[in-house]
Design a protein around this ligand. Structure first.
Ligand code: HEC
Ligand code: HEC
Length: 331
């Protein structure tokens, strides 16, 4: 009996050592996406302009890295907060930890070289070698044309500096260990010609990460076969539940019946000079879809996205977009 216990004891010890070793390997040796490149950006006004367009209207960096006013529909940006950081993505929203977007004005990123910024935006590994949780959709930015990423960097370097020390993000255990296994080397793509409408639409929709919100997910991972069919749930702080729309070409439950004009105009209606985002009472319909930002996309770019979505097969999925908080519903 004693001998058996002794063997069992050794076994437990052995397992503890192996697991401990694995954890320290994951923590110390990972993430490993290689060194940052030596690139130095030649910041022309065309480059900054392209970067401004992408960061505000396509990849919507500024959406997460500025303060959003959730008392208004679709949470428009609070003026004077561009790039300031500090937006909170935590357990209440279903994240495995508490993640705060960082200050990306020159006050926050002056310690970074251009190559290090390229690396963090496309792989999620910071200057200091820390792995970030993909709240920030870096796996999608990883596929963008490096030329576009460099333009975005040139642009954020021109933001008005804002003093804002953001506390560190804190992943929960076991994500605090697993997180180190998430960053992968970037696999950059090539930006297609704008005249190649379908390919360009595909490039834009991927860069914008639309699929991440518009696809049902299991344990935080989207289900690729159900891409764009909507229904991903977002628990809002007031207790209501928001679900993304089905944007496949299904004519019954998707947007198959929308004309190109209807699609483009829906986005454009949020940037019309007559439009002022209405105030939203707690517990009534609001959305995290950044309409006011995407609305700044060029009509031809929105039309390319429309063409691409319509080239894909329709998928049936009837979505109830909004459920008010239970306490409110009973009133
Ligand atoms: C969905 C929200 C979201 C979007 C969109 C987003 N980010 Fe982030 N970003 C974050 C969060 C959250 C962090 C911090 C994560 C952490 O600390 O683990 C972050 C971190 C960063 C950092 C690291 C800064 C530092 O001090 O180490 C940079 C740089 C950055 N983002 C730039 C960008 C750029 C450029 C874009 C657009 C191409 C972008 N982000 C889009 C949420 C976002
Ligand atoms: C942060 C999550 C998020 C992102 C990113 C996002 N959406 Fe949405 N989208 C939603 C939600 C939630 C709704 C449903 C509520 C509403 O209508 O705003 C929605 C609604 C829509 C609708 C309205 C459909 C209808 O039936 O009324 C369209 C069209 C749409 N999104 C297209 C897109 C496109 C194209 C992109 C990328 C450029 C995108 N969305 C990115 C969350 C998102």
């Amino acid at each position: 009996m004693k001998k058996v216990l002794k063997i069992a004891g050794f076994l437990v010890l052995f397992i503890v050592i192996v697991i401990g070793g694995l954890i320290s390997y994951v923590k110390v040796a990972l993430p490993n996406v290689g060194p940052a490149t030596e690139v130095k950006i030649n910041s022309t006004s065309d480059r900054v302009e392209r970067g401004r367009y992408l960061a505000n209207h396509v990849t919507v960096c500024m959406d997460c890295h500025s303060t959003r006013d959730w008392t208004k529909f679709s949470g428009p940006l609070t003026p004077g907060t561009l790039g300031k950081g500090g937006e909170r993505f935590d357990q209440h929203l279903g994240f495995p930890g508490m993640f705060l977007s960082r200050n990306i004005t020159p006050k926050g990123i002056s310690r970074y070289t251009d190559g290090e910024l390229y690396r963090v935006i496309t792989t999620g590994v910071t200057k200091e070698g820390r792995a970030m949780f993909p709240v920030m959709p870096y796996p999608y930015y990883a596929k963008m044309d490096p030329d576009d990423i460099l333009s975005i960097i040139a642009y954020i370097r021109t933001l008005a500096p804002i003093d804002n020390d953001v506390p560190a993000s804190v992943p929960d255990f076991p994500m605090s260990v697993i997180i180190n296994m998430i960053p992968k080397k970037a696999e950059p793509g090539t930006r297609p010609e704008e005249t190649n409408t379908l390919a360009y639409g595909k490039y834009l929709i991927s860069s914008a990460g639309c699929v991440e919100c518009h696809t049902p997910a299991k344990q935080g991972q989207i289900i690729p076969e159900l891409a764009f069919s909507g229904g991903r749930e977002f628990n809002l702080p007031d207790g209501s539940v928001l679900r993304s729309a089905n944007i496949t070409s299904s004519t019954t439950t998707g947007i198959g019946n929308w004309s190109e004009d209807a699609f483009v105009n829906k986005f454009k209606s949020y940037t019309d000079s007559n439009y002022h985002p209405p105030t939203v009472e707690k517990g009534t319909f609001n959305t995290i879809m950044p309409w006011t930002m995407y609305g700044g996309m060029k009509r031809s770019d929105l039309a390319a996205i429309y063409a691409y979505l319509h080239s894909l097969p329709g998928k049936e999925n009837a979505v109830v977009k909004f459920t008010p908080p239970q306490s409110m519903a009973q009133k």
